[in-house]
Design a protein around this ligand. Sequence first.
Ligand code: ADE
Length: 244
Amino acid sequence: MIFTVLTLFPGIFDSPLKESILKKAQEKNLISFNIVNIRDFATDAHKTCDDTPYGGGPGMIMKIEPIYNAMLNIEKNFDKPYYILLTPQGKIFSQKDARRLSKKTHLCLICGRYEGIDERITNLVDEEISIGDYVLSGGEIPALVLIDTISRHIPGVLGSKDSITNESLEEPLLEYPQYTRPEVFMDMTVPKVLLSGNHEEIRKWRRKESIKKTIMRRPDLMESFNPTREDQFFIKEIMEELTE
Ligand code: ADE
C-alpha cells in the first residue's frame, strides 16, 4: 500500500512514521509513504497556497490550484490513487472504513489547514472523512490516525501476537481487562481466576468482563452485537448483578 499525503506541513509526519509498527511495516515493504508539500506546486513567485474568502469574512482559504497540480503530478508517476479529503465535514471514520480502505493499493490523503479548502476540492476527491466531532488545526493528525488504523489491517503489518482479529470491532465488544506483575499493587489485586491456570474459566471470565464493560461504557455498541447462547447467559448474569 502506498500512502501519499498532500500537506503544507510535511514535518508533522517526520517522527510518527519512523517509530514502532509503521517503521517495521516500511522495512518489510508492506507500506510506503510519499509525503508531498503542496507549496511545491504553487505557481506564483511567492508560492501562495491560501487567499481571502470570496464574500468576505475572517481567515484564509486554501487555494485549489496547488492541490490540483500536486494531484496531477502524482498521476504522472503512479496510477490514479483513491483520494480522501480530511475534513470535520466528512463521514465519521470507523474500524469498518479502515478495513475497507486497507484493500486499496494507493491512498492519497489531502490535509486542509486554516479555515478550510476551496469547496471545489470536493469534486476532485473520492471521499471526505472526519475522525470525530471536534475541530483540529488541520488534517495532518487525522491523516496519521487513518494511516495507523488502516496499516494495522494490511496482512503482515501486525505480528501474530497482536493480530487484528483479537481486537477488531468485527465484534463490537470492548476488550476485557488485562493485568501483569505485580500481583498486588497498592492493595489492588489481580482477579483470582487469572492466577488459577484454568483456561476454560479464564476464557469465560474474559468473555463476561468484555460484555460487562461494553454494557456499562458503550451500551450503543450492544445494538450490533450478536450474542451466542453463552453470551446471553452472561448478559442475564450481568443484569442481575447490576440490579442487586
Ligand atoms: N480537520 C480538522 N478537524 C478534523 C477532523 N475532526 N477530522 C478530519 N479532518 C479534520
